[in-house]
Write a protein that binds this ligand. Structure first.
Ligand code: ATP
Ligand code: MG
Ligand code: MG
Ligand code: MG
Length: 536
């Protein structure tokens, strides 16, 4: 199967179980408190809460079947808030900032029995995944730690029967997990509940005890592919959980994970190769473009540490980061989330700047990032047509961001270099410049912390987001004084607030109706500016 066929096969399977196929929701979430849509269930929150009827057949773009069952592939971004995978991107092969979550839902309709049975049927019967290689987790609360509800005996009993029917030992294939791994929440509040997850043992040996010991152990060769959540509570703002009026099913499968595994295992049959999401054909046009632009070759290496990496490891990280970030930025802009200075807009700006930095590591020069957009459109456009519609705007926005950041990037990197070298050579007083020169301290004790004021200068003068400075620091075995940085940020905000107040007072006393903002610094785009781009 191609990736597109895997996606379609999932949707068709649930359509055959009377699920209405609905389009992906926008990455801009409706739920307050969410930075981005981070799971397939987000768009169904009002239904789970009983605020909206489960009439999904009437949804725009739906392929109708039952009112109370839905299936789709949902664009998700996990780069902030409760679910933030940004720092893993590039360094591992199975966390993206943007990914597709395949899901099926029951709105007060079927519950655990059908959810588990159908999940098993799709994986083992339709897709032919060897049952021996699958492990199911079940919610087992740590009562002493205050985890909600009771052990999920229902899910346990269903899994037990399934594994027994396969001739497998349930004591080996069912793994208990507490709130951290087996109680799913989209954020601090909202619909939530116990879950059962499917983990796929991709190690060469299909030894079951060995596979079991790797579940939830952050092992890319025993990986979580599907989460079946049994929504039955609402998490309240005060930290308590209230039972919902009805019980629902919410599942989420990592599409790129399954597609990547399918590719590296030759259709779930050969477990000798290292698995990687990036082996999925959805990434192929992006990798081809990065190769074309950089002249470099992707070597499939995965680092085991963060500093002192080989040239090939650095190249491979950069390939993965660019492929990932180009998708994220393009899809975000297509959904009207533009790079900016605050909140989710700043997250998008940070991701783009991070991408530009990694491009530089491949020797790419300013202007390369927007050239990745057609590759995103080629692979995702058929599924998310807004990418096709908005591609010109997406490129314009990225181009303009690249130009403004490209102007200061070089100089910022030079300053960073100077700081790093000076810390190494001159020790802990190295952050004391005098007349533009580094003061040679008497004390040569080595220093591994970049002072907050340098991180702040990199941010304020050169546009380096804090996490970018941290990234550069980590590569050198350095850390950043985050508290010191935050203090300076706070002072800057205070100054800005004071200046704004003064401006208003002056305007009021002079009887003006409008404050003159001509001198205000350009702070990036905001919502609604898409129209400005469209007409420019
Ligand atoms: P993990 O433990 O691997 O970080 P998760 O438990 O945070 O995953 P869920 O919230 O359960 O993930 O999401 C459902 C599914 O989405 C996961 O089983 C996984 O297959 C996939 N998934 C989660 N995060 C990512 C990501 N950052 N990139 C790609 N796929 C992901
Ligand atoms: Mg996670
Ligand atoms: Mg997990
Ligand atoms: Mg999970």
């Amino acid at each position: 199967m191609t990736s597109a066929e895997i996606r379609q096969s999932f949707l068709d399977f649930f359509a055959s179980k009377q699920h209405t196929i609905v389009p992906s929701a926008s990455l801009m979430p409706d739920s307050p408190g969410l930075l981005f849509t981070n799971a397939g269930m987000n768009q169904f929150v009002p239904i789970f809460l009983g605020e909206q009827a489960p009439d999904v057949t009437s949804w725009a773009g739906a392929i109708p079947s039952s009112d109370s069952r839905a299936t789709d592939t949902q664009k998700c971004i996990r780069a902030g808030g409760k679910h933030n995978d940004l720092e893993d991107v590039g360094y591992d092969t199975y966390h993206h900032t943007l990914f597709e979550m395949l899901g099926n839902w029951s709105f007060g309709d079927y519950f655990k029995e059908e959810s588990i049975t159908w999940g098993w049927e799709l994986l083992t019967k339709v897709w032919g995944i060897p049952a021996k290689r699958l492990f199911a987790t079940v919610y087992s609360p740590d009562v002493a730690a205050g985890d909600p509800s009771e052990f999920d005996t229902e899910a346990h009993a269903i899994w037990k029967a399934i594994f027994e029917a396969e001739g497998l030992d349930p004591a080996v294939h069912i793994v208990n997990g507490n709130k951290k791994d087996n109680f799913w929440m989209m954020g601090d509040t909202g619909p939530c509940g116990p879950c059962s997850e499917l983990h796929f043992n991709l190690r060469e040996s299909d030894d079951e005890a060995e596979g079991r010991s790797r579940v939830n152990a952050d092992d890319p060769r025993c990986i979580e592919i599907w989460n079946l959540v049994f929504i039955q509570f609402n998490a309240n703002a005060d930290g308590t959980f209230s039972p919902l009026a009805a019980q629902h099913v919410d599942t989420g499968m990592g599409f790129e994970r399954v597609a990547g595994i399918y590719a590296t295992t030759n259709g779930f049959t050969d477990f000798t190769k290292e698995p990687s999401n990036y082996a999925a054909d959805v990434f192929a046009p992006l990798f081809a473009k990065v190769t074309e632009l950089s002249g470099k070759t992707y070597g499939e290496t995965v680092p085991t540490k963060r500093e002192g990496l080989s040239e090939q490891e650095n190249t491979d990280i950069a390939f993965r980061v660019l492929a990932d970030h180009a998708r994220t930025i393009s899809c975000a802009i297509a959904d009207n989330i533009l790079p900016g200075n605050e909140g989710r807009n700043y997250v998008i700006r940070r991701i783009l700047r991070r991408g530009i930095l990694y491009g530089k590591k491949l020797g790419l020069t300013t202007g390369f990032f927007e050239q990745l957009v057609p590759a995103v459109v080629e692979s995702l456009g058929p599924v998310f047509p807004e990418l096709i519609e908005k591609q010109v705007i997406i490129r314009k926005v990225i181009k303009s961001e690249e130009e403004s950041f490209g102007r200061t990037l070089e100089r910022g990197l030079r300053l960073f270099e100077e700081i790093a070298v000076t810390l190494k050579e001159f020790g802990k007083d190295a952050d004391t410049p005098e007349a533009g020169k580094w003061k040679h301290p008497s004390d040569r004790e080595p220093c591994k912390i970049i002072a907050g004021k340098w991180a702040f200068q990199l941010y304020d003068t050169f546009g380096f987001p804090l996490d970018m400075t941290q990234l550069l620091a980590t590569e050198r075995g350095l850390t950043v004084d985050v508290d010191g940085f935050n203090e300076l940020m706070e002072q800057q905000r205070d100054r800005a607030r004071a200046a704004q107040k003064k401006e208003v007072i002056v305007a009021a006393t002079e009887g003006e109706t409008q404050v003159n903002h001509a001198a205000t610094e350009f702070t990036g785009y905001d919502f609604g500016n898409l129209t400005a781009f469209a007409s420019s």
